[in-house]
Design a protein around this ligand. Structure first.
Ligand code: TYD
Ligand code: MG
Length: 453
């Protein structure tokens, strides 16, 4: 009988150890080591063996321009770089309840010319049918399979021969070749590898849905992220309807594209024009609102930043921010205090990014300080102005990238003026006709420029 060997594997990061450890030295997670059985592998002879695959000269390999599979979802095509590459394995991660299963089902039901298979280990076929009815999706050749055993799944795959496979989720799969329980690191790794093999052999694309840990990384070992071709994250705020699909790895395209969705009563709707919904149309001009021409990845859109500055009633003033880094807010307040002479240290400051989106683009700094100053002085910013610029520690307004795209988006949305850094160069020969470009070098200059007395 083959001798079985056991190792302890961290369920958080996949590090192995010969003995149990209370705290993982690699990811610092407590109590994450679980004993898993590793089947003994018969030693192969290492005598000189010529493999069937021969090394090839790169210049002689035919450059096959693989046609991509159209997913019939503009946002999904965009984020993958123009559609799914046959045989690719895509990992989709996200918090529970964010809409991964909904997105996957919509994809499966949207492909008119492909037979799709939705393997579900989490929901029953009835539940999925209910959801499809609710989403008003209809498709003749979409199969639902409530199976979690990899060997059984493989049999079905050989019978059905689908053109696109979805696995919801990879954590529920298990294979007989390993004795560890479903969801353990070795099981996830082995099952993903099994599906990967099938994908590559038959050129069938596979979408794996993965859970994420409370820290926000994909549960299971990093190994999973290494073996798949594309890693996507579906994120958003549970209290809002907007969802952002990001790619953190893409072997067939750039990772700078994002996909935007809105969760509605009848499923996820793609957002064509984010600027339109992220800016609230106020009837009158109100103080404390500024519009930023921001870029997420390579996608430009305009977003509304709202601030409320009020005198602190008790003791320490509060600083609170949703969608914007609190430490960066602290820094911007210090700049305003020190460089522009605004007494904000005794005031409460609340900052909010419209739509529940998180912004990380430094170019939003200018809109943040404008919104704060506008609220503090109670002077509104004209509705026709938007801003794009980073603020430095000495109060200087620094240049930002992709300026032409920001200006074009602002122009498209009907803004009449955009404030940028004096040091920003506009490259390219793009014509700027309907928008006036205002330049400011210091925060003090900005104040005079935009606040209407
Ligand atoms: P789901 O796709 O089940 O999330 P996940 O697979 O990521 O856990 O989506 C769950 C949430 O989406 C659910 O809480 C309700 C919401 N939802 C809608 O608002 N509209 C819909 O049409 C559907 C199907 C779900
Ligand atoms: Mg789900």
């Amino acid at each position: 009988m083959a001798k079985t060997k056991t190792v302890y594997i961290c369920q958080n990061c996949g590090v192995e150890s010969p003995k149990w450890i209370g705290r993982c030295p690699s990811c610092n997670e407590w109590n994450s080591y679980v004993e898993e059985i590793i089947p003994a592998i018969a030693k192969k002879s290492t005598r000189d063996k010529l493999s069937a695959v021969m090394p090839e000269l790169i210049s002689e390999i035919p450059s096959a321009d693989q046609p991509r599979i159209n997913t019939h979802s503009r946002e999904f095509n965009r984020i993958l770089g123009g559609g799914i590459v046959p045989g690719s394995v895509i990992l989709l991660g996200g918090e529970p309840g964010i809409g991964k299963s909904t997105l996957a089902l919509q994809l499966a039901m949207q492909m008119p010319d492909l037979k799709t298979l939705y393997i579900s280990g989490e929901e029953s076929s009835r539940q999925i049918k209910l959801r499809a009815d609710r989403l008003k999706l209809q498709k003749g050749d979409c199969y639902i399979l409530g199976e979690t055993n990899l060997e059984a799944i493989n049999n079905h795959l050989n019978n059905i021969r689908p053109g696109f496979i979805i696995t919801d989720s990879v954590q529920t799969l298990q294979t007989d070749s390993i004795e560890s329980p479903a969801g353990s690191v070795s099981q996830i790794r082995e099952c993903a590898a099994g599906l990967l093999r099938y994908a590559k052999e038959t050129a069938t694309p596979v979408l794996l849905i993965g859970h994420i840990t409370k820290e926000g990384s994909l549960a299971g070992p990093k190994v999973l992220e290494h073996i798949v071709d594309v890693v996507l994250h579906f994120e958003g705020d549970h209290n809002h309807f907007y969802r952002v699909l990001r790619s953190t790895k893409n072997r067939y395209g750039s990772t700078s594209e994002i996909g935007l969705y809105e969760m509605q009563g009848n499923g996820l709707r793609e957002i064509d024009n984010p600027s339109e919904i992220l800016i609230t149309s106020h009837e009158n001009e109100i103080s404390g609102v500024a519009i930023s021409a921001m870029v997420d990845g390579i996608r430009p859109f305009l977003i509304e930043i709202q601030a409320l500055v009020s005198t602190a009633a008790y003791g320490t003033p509060q600083r609170s921010s949703t969608g914007f880094d609190l430490r960066r807010l602290g820094m911007l307040l210090a700049v305003l205090e020190k460089r522009a002479g605004f007494r904000l240290s005794s005031k409460d400051v609340f900052l909010n990014v419209a739509g529940g989106l998180k912004v990380t683009d430094p170019a939003t700094d200018l809109a943040v300080i404008t919104a704060i100053l506008s609220s503090d002085t109670d002077l509104p910013v004209a509705r026709e102005i938007c801003l794009a610029g980073e603020v430095g520690l000495s109060g200087e307004i620094r240049p930002v990238g992709r300026l032409e795209q920001r200006i074009a988006e602002a122009e498209k949305m009907g803004f009449k003026k955009i404030v940028i850094s004096s040091f920003n160069k506009i490259v390219g020969h793009q014509k700027i006709q309907n928008i006036e470009v205002l330049r400011a070098g210091k925060v003090e200059q900005l104040i005079r420029m935009i606040l209407k007395p």
